[in-house]
Design a protein around this ligand. Structure first.
Ligand code: SF4
Ligand code: SF4
Length: 415
């Protein structure tokens, strides 16, 4: 019930019920949310907290797959007239449970609604800059027509006539194919192959020259960014009536027997996906959901594929560069590589001391958690992890201050 940023869903089905493929099984009335659909047909055997890839337990609906893929009656293509009204189109996208499929999982319908009348540039993020991940690349090669149609829908909803697709130059086949197939309404923009080219702010700057201000959003500079698989999912929702029930997942890493891309149903346990890739050469030292720079470590392979799962990677000890006593040697390399022009060595030091004032002064909240500083650090400090912790501490402090202010206000009102 927690497959997106925002309010989690509440189950709309109960144990013993029979569900069909594409049927809504969880929803929320909150504006920043997206419904969840059955990714198989079968019987609901449990509604209970289960392991989420983020390490916590979240409310889940467990369906015993009958293997029939019986389609739910709601899965029907939409009329062409629906494409002309932004409100109707946004409703279709929301009901299909579409979220940012590049990993951010921000509900797409809300992103569109909040950008209407502000956005003059639609950008499709096809950079896919993290090593190992090729799920968007395969989608571009295998579903170019559907993808381009999805991009056209996302452009028209803002009343615009041109979209930009940013693709790193290390995917010349995708650049050639999409360039041949697209018309004047879609511009393919080849980008230098450099990490983190696919980070939203960096992509916007590369394509438009505009800089999103610290703490700002792409809409502040007239831009909106959608991932490749998000655009493809929009096509499926509109032209096939199919909600998000599956996604492409890259399975790779030096422990995997046959690295491949798979179309995985949402909810498939990770161990099944690794099994489909021929299993492990030897027990992996580390399993990540996502890329090697930004991925989240997995400790239990019964966790499921979620809407954000663009890759699962398994590495042996050979790739493990951790040391017993990480030490800063003040080489400055972390600052040199930071795409946000931050000073990671000082941020790390202040996080250790829980000095929240200094952390704010150094703009730790602008860290995009790209992992570049951790990657180059010869002292092997866990820099990115410490910035995630720092941001958590700042969020907790802010919530504490807000609660105290609300309490004080209530007391004043009483007096
Ligand atoms: S790269 Fe690592 S060792 Fe070098 S200054 Fe930054 S934190 Fe210190
Ligand atoms: S993870 Fe490191 S390099 Fe990346 S934005 Fe944050 S501080 Fe900068």
């Amino acid at each position: 019930m927690s497959l997106h940023i925002g309010a989690p869903c509440t189950p709309t089905v109960t144990v013993g019920e029979t569900v069909s493929l594409g049927q809504v099984i969880g929803d929320s009335k909150a504006p920043i949310s997206a419904p969840i659909h059955a990714s198989v047909s079968g019987k609901v055997v449990a509604v209970e907290p289960r392991l989420h890839p983020n390490g916590s337990k979240v409310m889940s609906v467990v369906i015993e797959n009958d293997g029939l893929d019986t389609l739910h009656e709601s899965v029907v293509p939409h009329d062409k007239e629906d494409l002309t009204d932004p409100e109707v189109l946004t409703g279709i996208i929301r009901r299909a449970g579409i979220v940012g499929m590049g990993g951010a999982t921000f509900p797409t319908a809300f992103k569109i609604s909040s950008g209407l009348n502000k956005v003059d540039t639609v950008i499709i993020n096809a950079a896919e800059c993290e090593p190992y991940i090729t799920s968007d690349h395969r989608t571009m090669l295998e579903h170019p027509d559907e993808l381009l149609e999805g991009i056209r829908i996302l452009t028209k909803v803002f009343g615009l006539s041109v979209a930009h697709v940013g693709i790193e130059k290390n995917k010349p086949d995708a650049i050639d194919l999409l360039s041949k197939k697209c018309g004047d309404d879609i511009k393919i923009v080849p980008l230098p192959t450099r990490y983190p080219q696919g980070a939203e702010k960096q992509l916007i700057q590369s394509i438009t020259g505009r800089q999103v201000p610290p703490g700002g959003l792409p809409a502040d500079v007239g831009c909106v960014v959608f991932n490749v698989f998000t655009a493809y999912s929009v096509y499926r929702a509109v032209y096939e009536g199919m909600p998000v029930i599956e996604r492409v997942v890259t399975v790779a890493g030096d422990s995997v027997n046959t690295p491949s891309n798979f179309i995985c149903r949402i909810g498939t346990p990770l161990e099944y996906v690794f099994e489909a890739a021929g299993g492990f050469k030897a027990a992996p030292r580390k399993v990540l959901m996502g890329g090697p720079m930004m991925g989240v470590a997995q400790f239990d392979l019964s966790a499921p594929v979620i809407k954000a799962t663009n890759a699962i990677l398994a590495f042996s000890g050979k790739e493990d560069k951790s040391v017993k006593n990480p030490t800063c040697i003040r080489c400055g390399k972390c600052s040199e590589v930071c795409p946000m022009c931050l000073v990671p060595m000082y941020m790390y030091m202040y996080e250790r001391k829980s000095d929240l004032v200094s952390l704010e002064r150094l703009h730790v909240t602008d860290c995009i958690e790209c992992g570049a500083c951790t990657y180059v650090c010869p002292g092997r400090l866990h820099l990115t992890q410490s910035f995630r912790t720092a941001k958590e501490k700042l969020r907790a402090e802010k919530a504490k201050k807000q609660a105290a202010a609300e309490k004080a206000e209530k007391e004043v009102q009483k007096v």
